[in-house]
Design a protein around this ligand. Sequence first.
Ligand code: 13P
Ligand code: SF4
Length: 351
Amino acid sequence: MKTNPISQSTDVRAIEAWMMQHLRHLVPEIEIRAKAELAAQINRLKTERDAVILGHNYMEPALYHAVADIRGDSLELCREAQKADRSVIVFCGVEFMAETAKILNPTRKVLIPSTKAGCSLAESITADDVRRLKAQFPGVPVVAYINTYAAVKAETDICCTSSSAAKIVASLDTDTVIFIPDEYLARNVARETGKTVIFPEQAAAACPGANTFIGWHGKCEVHDLFTVQDVENVRRQFPQAVILAHPECPPAVAAAADFSGSTSAMVRFVQEHPAPQYFLMTECSMADNIAAENPNKEMIRLCSHRCPYMATITLEDTLAALEHLRYEVTVPEDIRLRAKKSIDRMLALTT
Ligand code: 13P
Ligand code: SF4
């Protein structure tokens, strides 16, 4: 996604003026001055440290618009991390994303501003789990969602993101795959590609049958909260609203929505669609970020559903990351090389 020119500014007044114009309905005015000052300091330090800031679409609005040099979904940020030519990459996202940046661009110093930026999906599976799956289903290729840690990716054949999953699966020379760790993404992609999902405990034999995904019971603790009742309630109260769901949502929710796609696919959908009102079933900050750039579109929010891990990345911690060059992300070289193969295969198929 295009850089916002204000993220290059070190002028507090210019940043404050931009925020007053675009964020006043999202951020209390009393906070705007403080956030503008932090943003100006960060932007100054970015140059001094020869750093680039990558920001996931879920970052809070001031960080996302006034500090991140490059913004996007997981796939876009993978590509940008690979191309980054600054000495330092500050990854404003969660740990598996920062790890992916390090895997793809190992000569850069990769920093993540918080040590608490985990992910319930990445936590749901270990490298040992994958080794056990491969032993149970010998020869069946393993597709790993990017929301996994490096040691897990190292055990897999190919990665995918929410925007590339169907294409990745279609590219494989088999119609039966181990698809980990997101149960709902597996079910959503299976529905799209006409496959059945089974789980290791259901497969009596090593041969799971044709046209099958062998899934795992990982879930995104945020998207798991959305229900079909939410969709019905919003349709009743806001009959004009277009409803978008991330593919990490339960399958019945994704099916009830008008559109399902990656975070950036949802951003583009709202930008390009003429409807005046939208309900996004994903982390709430994204609706704020879209609202800031699309003042003519009304975003209906369900802000009780927040990603607690993304929310640990703040302007204050991003400044501290640049000041103290912390917290550095490292990946053991043998794991990095094996994980990279899996990510590279995905990138080669999604240009
Ligand atoms: P995207 O790849 O769609 O940005 O999703 C990442 C994520 O963690 C969503 O919860
Ligand atoms: Fe992980 Fe869900 Fe947070 Fe995305 S929203 S980082 S999948 S916990």
